[in-house]
Design a protein around this ligand. Structure first.
Ligand SMILES: Nc1ncnc2c1ncn2[C@@H]1O[C@H](COP(=O)(O)OP(=O)(O)OP(=O)(O)O)[C@@H](O)[C@H]1O
Ligand SMILES: [Mg+2]
Length: 315
């Protein structure tokens, strides 16, 4: 942990396969990827110009924290997150360690399933908008009389297509998932996603955090195994609401990005297309603190003190 310089964009001496809104994905070899979570932050699907210190570390280490607990429920892609383990397996990464340590995951390379597996346990966001208008979610009718941010029991599997760059994900029905992927895979995705969400909602709830919804991704390994991939139950892939401010019948403040949202709301003139406006230092600092607070609140340990699990990949 010698270097805390925020990373807007990593430049490792490896084959860069994908630069997403947040992650830089490198090829290590035919079976292995290095996923580096940068400190980029996006709003309305547009990446903002300033990095948020510690954000990448929070996303990666929150994922590792959950995956360690989820290991007996399903298979996942994580091979190693402990920098010592990563360097032992790939000594060529030692020289660039300051850039990637604690923000990188060494993972099994998969063929990603092209459906985003969203589970909603509270009705909010695009789901609330559709319901308020049509009484449906992804075209399927929901109970009448729901209020904004109301808890949904049971939680609802609400898949979406993975959008190409610059586009937004689109909600699809379960029948469409069956059509795309076949009934067997569709059923497994739904059941696994429901199980992960239910576990996450319970654990977060014990920490006075409402896990309103989450988006999971799965991939098929060369062996044919279905693996949980990408980030898992993080503030970027999920909506975390503080329990103490939860109130039904309105939108909820977010635990992490609220300073950015508030600041952008107060601006006039940004039309939510690139380029995004520069964030003031104060907003960057407040957001960084929020991300670190989420980590502490969820795991019970400060980000700085957290020692990532070794995932049984002993040296
Ligand atoms: N084990 C894996 N094998 C193959 N691809 C993976 C694996 N884990 C994650 N990915 C892919 O790596 C990418 C991660 O990048 P990132 O999340 O920054 O970008 P994005 O998904 O394009 O955009 P966003 O998440 O902001 O919508 C995703 O496309 C994800 O599907
Ligand atoms: Mg992503």
């Amino acid at each position: 942990m010698s270097d805390h310089a925020p990373v807007l964009q990593s430049e490792l001496d490896l084959n860069l396969l994908h630069r997403g809104k947040v992650r830089d994905v490198y090829e290590i070899d035919a079976e292995t990827l290095l996923m580096v979570a940068s400190d980029r932050v996006s709003a309305f699907d547009v990446v903002l110009p300033q990095p948020i210190p510690f954000k990448g570390e929070v996303l990666t280490l929150v994922t590792a924290w959950w995956l360690e607990q989820l290991e007996n429920r399903l298979s996942h892609h994580l091979i190693a997150v402990d920098p010592d383990v990563i360097v032992d397996r790939h000594p060529e990464l030692a020289a660039s360690r300051d850039v990637w340590q604690r923000r990188a995951m060494l993972v099994h390379r998969t063929n990603p399933v092209l459906v985003e597996c969203v589970v909603r346990g509270y009705i909010t966001g695009s789901a609330w908008k559709e319901y308020a208008r049509e009484g449906t979610l992804a075209g399927e009718p929901l109970a009448k009389g729901l209020q904004e941010s109301q808890r949904l029991d049971p939680p609802i599997f609400s898949p979406a297509t993975k959008a190409q760059e610059g586009e937004h994900d689109e909600n699809i029905t379960y029948a469409e998932v069956v059509e795309l992927l076949g009934a067997e895979l569709a059923g497994r995705l739904r059941d696994l996603s429901q199980d992960v969400y239910a576990y996450g909602r319970d654990v977060a709830g014990e920490r006075n955090i409402i896990l309103a919804d989450t988006k999971l991704e799965f991939g098929v390994a060369p062996s044919g195994d279905l693996l949980l991939i990408d980030e898992v139950l993080t503030p970027d892939s999920s909506r975390f609401w503080p329990k103490e401010t939860y109130k039904i019948g309105r939108g909820q403040p977010s635990l992490d990005k609220q300073p950015i949202r508030d600041w952008l709301d107060g601006l006039d003139g940004w039309d939510k297309t690139p380029p995004a406006p520069d964030l003031p230092d104060e907003v960057v600092r407040a957001t960084s603190e929020r991300y670190q607070d989420v980590f502490r609140r969820l795991t019970g340990v400060s980000l700085q003190a957290y020692v990532p699990p070794r995932f049984g990949t002993a040296r």
